[in-house]
Design a protein around this ligand. Sequence first.
Ligand SMILES: NC(=O)c1ccc[n+]([C@@H]2O[C@H](COP(=O)([O-])OP(=O)(O)OC[C@H]3O[C@@H](n4cnc5c(N)ncnc54)[C@H](O)[C@@H]3O)[C@@H](O)[C@H]2O)c1
Length: 241
Amino acid sequence: MRVAGKIALISGGARGMGAVEAGLLAREGAKVILGDVLDAAGQQTVADIQAAGGAAVFVHLDVTNEADWQQAVATAESRFGALHILVNNAGVSGHGTVEHTTVADWDRVMDIKAKGVFLGSKTAIPAMRRAGGGSIINISSQLGLVGVDNSSPQYQASKGAVRLLTKATAIQYAAEGIRANSVHPGSIVTPMTEGRRADPALYHLTLGRIPLGRYGESMDVAYGVLYLASDESAYVNDCWH
Ligand SMILES: NC(=O)c1ccc[n+]([C@@H]2O[C@H](COP(=O)([O-])OP(=O)(O)OC[C@H]3O[C@@H](n4cnc5c(N)ncnc54)[C@H](O)[C@@H]3O)[C@@H](O)[C@H]2O)c1
């Protein structure tokens, strides 16, 4: 059991990568709190984890809402006694060019994917301090590292913001044993990419850009998250100076 005794909060845990990460962490001994705006899907994921013998609870969490985060962290501490791991995974996609992006589109994605990660980290850090340390895992993207022609400005900007927010968090809290790392997945088979994969032209365009020659599966990412959540990565922290 690679994360036995640890308590993990995963945003966007109802489906896709978040649900798979939650299941893997639970299988490896963590108690998990799933937060999402999709209440029914989140409850179902919790039921699946429990049926497999894991410990899990669902909380309604809109990552743009600070009070929801406070409730989620309070649930971790009241139900399971502490919080050691935060996976900032929740997200939405977006497509379009700079000139065709509305301010509303920009604000929505930046709120969920950049402000949401900030709020989650801000709320979880005091609980991790009380727990004696922790690991924050921010799901950015390959699109937080390089520009592409078929994403959107707000998606890429938000993922870039997560990359450097992670570095700021890592350096600010390293001395307290709270680590922060970002994960940068390529194209993964999840509900988020369903529409793009259903379009033959987009499917093949994307596939042609993947050196490994296949789309990734959620479990490919979940194993990386498991490593960063566990003490195996005790000396892995995204700070550099
Ligand atoms: N699928 C990919 O190819 C890919 C690649 C790189 C990075 N990512 C990132 O990985 C993360 C997970 O993506 P996925 O592919 O599993 O997507 P998904 O759409 O399958 O799952 C995202 C989850 O986030 C939840 N969510 C959305 N808005 C929310 C909010 N305001 N508050 C709380 N939860 C909210 C959704 O309800 C959903 O359960 C996202 O941050 C995404 O940007 C995905």
